[in-house]
Design a protein around this ligand. Structure first.
Ligand SMILES: Cc1cc2nc3c(=O)[nH]c(=O)nc-3n(C[C@H](O)[C@H](O)[C@H](O)COP(=O)(O)OP(=O)(O)OC[C@H]3O[C@@H](n4cnc5c(N)ncnc54)[C@H](O)[C@@H]3O)c2cc1C
Length: 380
C-alpha cells in the first residue's frame, strides 16, 4: 500500500461519494465490453450518453446548463476511474471542447449546446491538428470563408479524438491570413453534415479511442457558430485553457501508475520461481519500491496542482511540469512493471501490456513533452 497522500480540502467525503458510483458504473456497464470496443476502434456514442445520463460526463458545468455545478475535480476523478479501468480518456477531450463553449460561447450558444453535451446527446471533439501542423498551430490552413450568414469550410484535420464517436467538433480554422490572429474557433455539428467525412486511424495503443482524420469539402455552418464576438480570437482562446488541459493529462497518468503498481505487486506476490515468490527477490522489491516512491511523489504533486487549479492559482509552468513529468514517469513505470510479468507482460490480454502501449502517446499529445520543456525554460 502507498502512503496516504496529504488531504487537501478538495478531497472531501462528497467527492468520494461521487467516485463510488462512477467506479461501479464503469465496472458493470463498460469494462465487460472494452475488448469489443478495442476491436472496433471506438466506444459507441450511446455508451457516452449513458455516462452522461448518470451525470458523469460534465459534472463541472453549471446546473443552468445541465451539469451539477460541481468543482473541476469531479471531472478529474471520473477520468481517473476510466483510465484505471483501461478505458480511453475520451471524456477529457469532451470536457475540453465543452469548456470552449462554456467560456467563449454567447448565452444563446451555451443554452443550445451545453445541456446536450452534459447529457451525452452530443459528444465532442476538439480539432486543431492538421497534416502540416501540430506543435506549431499558428500555421494551420483549414479555412472558413464567410458567405452571408454562413461559413464555408474547406480543409482537413488529423489525429482527432472522438472524431468518429462524436457529433460536435470545436474546430480551429483560419478566417484570415494574419498568422495567429487569423485563427478562429467554430462549432460544427456533424450528424448528416454535407461535405464532411471521417476516417478512423489505426494506432499502436488506445485501441478503443477513435482517432480520426476529418475532411471538410465546402461544409456550410451558420455564422452564428463562431465562438466569441469577433473572428481572430481562436489562438488566444486555445492558449487560455492550457492549465486545465494539462491536468487532464497528468491526473490519468498518476491513476495508471497507481493501478499498474497494484497489479504488479499482486502478481509478484503470487508468482513462484526458484522456490520463492517473485516478490522475495531483492531486485523485485527494489523495483517496486522505486516505482511506489515515484508514484507517491506524482500523486502528491498532482493533488497539490488540483487544489491550486480549483483555487484559480495554478501557475501554468507547474501545469506544464505536471504534464511533462507525470507522462514521462507513466511511461517509465509501466515499462519497469511490465518487466516483472515476464512474457505475460507482453500479452495483450494482460492489463499491464495495455497500460504500457496506451501510455506512450501521453508524451506526444496535449503538447509534445519537448514543447513543455521549452515553455518551462522560458520562465526560468
Ligand atoms: C492518439 C492521439 C490523439 C490526438 N488527439 C488530438 C485531438 O483530439 N485534437 C487535436 O487537435 N490533436 C490531437 N492529437 C494531435 C497531437 O496533439 C499532436 O500529435 C501533437 O501536438 C504533436 O504534433 P505533430 O504530431 O504534428 O508533431 P510535430 O509538431 O511535427 O512534432 C514532432 C516532434 O518534434 C519535436 N518538437 C516539436 N516541437 C518542439 C519544440 N518546440 N522543441 C523541441 N522539439 C519539438 C517533438 O519531439 C515532437 O514529438 C492527437 C494525437 C494522437 C497521437
Amino acid at each position: 500500500m502507498l502512503p496516504k497522500p496529504h488531504q487537501h480540502t478538495w478531497m472531501d467525503a462528497d467527492i468520494e461519494a461521487f467516485r463510488d458510483p462512477v467506479r461501479r458504473y464503469i465496472a458493470n456497464e463498460m469494462t465487460p465490453h472494452n475488448d469489443a470496443w478495442r476491436e472496433q476502434g471506438h466506444v459507441p456514442r450511446e455508451v457516452w450518453q449513458g455516462f452522461g445520463e448518470m451525470g458523469f460526463l460534465l459534472p463541472e458545468i453549471g446546473e443552468e446548463y445541465g451539469g451539477a455545478g460541481a468543482p473541476l475535480s469531479y471531472q478529474l476523478v471520473a477520468l481517473e476511474e476510466l483510465t484505471r479501468a483501461g478505458l480511453p480518456p475520451s471524456t477529457a477531450v469532451h470536457s475540453i471542447a465543452s469548456h470552449y463553449i462554456l467560456d467563449y460561447g454567447s448565452d444563446e450558444q451555451k443554452r443550445k449546446w451545453l445541456p446536450k453535451l452534459a447529457s451525452g446527446e452530443l459528444f465532442a471533439a476538439i480539432a486543431m491538428t492538421e497534416p502540416g501542423c501540430g506543435s506549431d498551430l499558428k500555421v494551420l490552413r483549414t479555412r472558413a470563408r464567410r458567405e452571408g450568414d454562413e461559413y464555408v469550410i474547406n480543409g482537413s484535420k488529423t489525429f482527432i479524438t472522438n472524431g468518429y464517436s462524436g457529433n460536435l467538433v470545436v474546430l480551429a480554422v483560419r478566417t484570415s491570413d494574419e498568422g495567429a490572429k487569423g485563427i478562429s474557433l467554430i462549432v460544427v455539428e456533424t450528424d448528416n453534415l454535407k461535405g464532411f467525412a471521417v476516417n478512423k486511424l489505426k494506432k499502436i495503443g488506445l485501441h478503443s479511442s477513435d482517432t480520426c482524420e476529418l475532411f471538410f469539402d465546402s461544409v456550410r455552418v451558420p455564422a452564428a457558430n463562431l465562438l466569441g464576438p469577433v473572428e481572430g480570437n481562436g489562438f488566444a482562446q486555445l492558449m487560455s485553457q492550457l492549465s486545465y488541459e494539462r491536468m487532464l493529462l497528468a491526473v490519468p497518468a498518476v491513476a495508471v501508475m497507481e493501478r499498474a503498481l497494484e497489479l504488479a505487486t499482486d502478481y509478484a506476490k503470487e508468482r513462484q520461481m526458484f522456490g520463492q515468490r517473485l516478490f522475495d527477490l531483492q531486485n523485485t522489491r527494489f523495483k517496486l519500491a522505486e516505482c511506489a516512491t515515484i508514484t507517491h511523489v506524482a500523486r502528491t504533486f498532482v493533488n497539490d496542482c488540483t487544489q491550486r487549479l480549483l483555487d484559480g492559482k495554478l501557475d501554468p509552468q507547474a501545469a506544464y511540469m505536471a504534464k511533462l513529468w507525470c507522462s514521462d514517469m507513466q511511461c517509465k513505470i509501466t515499462d519497469e512493471l511490465l518487466q516483472l510479468f515476464g512474457g505475460y507482460g507482453y500479452m495483450d490480454e494482460y492489463p499491464i501490456a495495455r497500460f504500457f502501449v496506451d501510455s506512450r502517446v501521453q508524451k506526444i499529445y496535449g503538447g509534445a513533452n519537448e514543447v513543455m520543456k521549452d515553455l518551462i525554460a522560458r520562465q526560468l
